[in-house]
Design a binder for this molecule. Structure first.
Ligand SMILES: Cc1ncc(COP(=O)(O)O)c(C=O)c1O
Length: 384
């Protein structure tokens, strides 16, 4: 079978079709499915971008692996925010979104017959990119009883001498689970013992619901010595999902390998966007982030209060803008979500969109207006 044929069907395409059909038949749909910020990029960043876009120096090919100014801003930000010191020249790589970096990582190290460990429940890109590189994704479970963290014994049992990568994602989409320093130490030690590269997808790291910071992998493992790489993104941090800018930070050999793959695949991020990203990560970072992240905590509290009062069970998350909820009926999560759309016009994401481990759960996203969230909560609480 060809690699393309091995890719599993994309569940979200079916969901989109059902959503369109409901809208066409006149249903006032409340979309709590998609994880894409409803609010605009902060005006201050738009102004920086507008200035940059007028500068002819930005109109030429960008610095392929990232502007020196942005890489320095990233290194300064990491030190200030997470206490991590890295060399911006050799340990930082600018990406066209973290999805792009995740998708290209397996190309750097996965050969036919190799495997990568991917979470089930998880963002589908890890496994699909492994397949496209010719490798085999081996799934490990994330269970509610373990706080949706993997069990190290299970990871160790899945690893063999063809295991190249372990993909993790904390703070986690879709569960909202977070990982602490003790977990990071244990999993980094396991990977070091087994010669496996440890990847953390940190796309939601700054989306803390209480305004605090979450521990990242690089806060524990030393990327100068250990084969670790972490991917950060401005997409959710600054309501910039459409802009496409993110960055990888890690061991110099991993950064060099990913940079080499990307040298063939793309020509870097638009310089005006890189300048805006450098500004966003600079001295104004805390204030800008507070403006973006602030609504989610309050939105979550309201939604969770409504659903809990209706007797629904919700995983207590500390970060991300997702609410992970147990299916309150005996249906499959897909059947439950289809019925929610058909009967009350509320779009939910079935847990099985993230793998079979998501059965029995569904995800709500807080990236909808306050009015939509209120209306969605009202419809859901009155329904079953
Ligand atoms: C877990 C996870 N990782 C990565 C991404 C991709 O983000 P980016 O916009 O940086 O490509 C997403 C997007 O939804 C995500 O949910």
């Amino acid at each position: 079978m060809g690699r393309l044929q091995k890719l599993p069907p994309y569940l979200f395409a079916a969901l989109d079709a059902a959503k369109r059909k409901a809208r066409e038949s006149g249903v006032a749909v409340v979309d709590l499915g998609i994880g894409d910020p409803d609010r605009p990029t902060p005006p201050e960043l738009i102004r920086v971008m507008a200035e940059a876009i007028a500068d002819p120096a930005c109109h030429r090919y960008p610095a392929q692996r990232g502007d020196a100014g942005l890489r320095q801003a990233i290194a300064d930000w990491l030190l200030r925010r997470h206490g991590v010191a890295v060399d911006p020249a050799t340990q930082v790589l600018v990406l066209l979104g973290s999805k792009e970096g995740l998708a290209h990582l397996p190309v750097t190290c996965v050969q036919e017959g190799d495997n990568a460990l991917v979470p089930d429940i998880g963002y589908p890109v890890y496994g699909q990119a492994t397949i496209l590189a010719g490798g085999e994704p081996r799934v490990f479970r994330l269970r509610a009883e373990a706080g949706f963290l993997p069990e190290l014994d299970e990871l160790a049992a899945l690893m063999d001498d063809r295991t190249r990568l372990l993909f993790l994602n904390y703070p986690n989409n879709p569960t909202g689970a977070t990982a602490g320093p003790a977990f990071w130490r244990d999993v980094a030690d396991l990977c070091a013992r087994r010669g496996v590269t440890l990847v953390n997808d940190a796309a939601y790291l700054e989306m803390s619901l209480d305004g605090g910071t979450q521990p990242c992998l690089l806060g524990t493992a030393d990327p100068a010595r250990e084969r670790v790489i972490e991917l950060h993104s401005l997409s959710k941090m600054f309501n910039m999902t459409g802009w496409r800018v993110a960055f990888a930070v890690g061991h110099p050999e991993l950064i060099e390998a990913l940079g080499r793959v990307k040298d063939t695949m793309d020509s870097g991020v638009f310089t005006a966007i890189q300048r805006t990203a450098a500004y966003a990560l600079g001295p104004e970072f805390d204030r800008l982030l507070a403006g973006v992240a602030a609504p989610y905590g309050a939105r979550r509290e309201k939604l969770v209060a409504g659903l809990t009062a209706a007797g629904w069970e919700i995983f207590p998350a500390k970060a991300t803008f997702y609410v992970w909820c147990r299916v309150p009926t005996a249906e499959t999560s897909a059947a439950f979500c289809q019925r929610a759309l058909a009967e009350i016009g509320v779009v939910l994401t079935p847990g099985t969109g993230f793998g079979t481990g998501g059965e029995g759960w569904f995800r709500l996203s807080l990236t909808a207006s306050e009015a939509d969230l209120e209306e969605g909560a009202r419809r859901l609480a009155a329904w079953r």
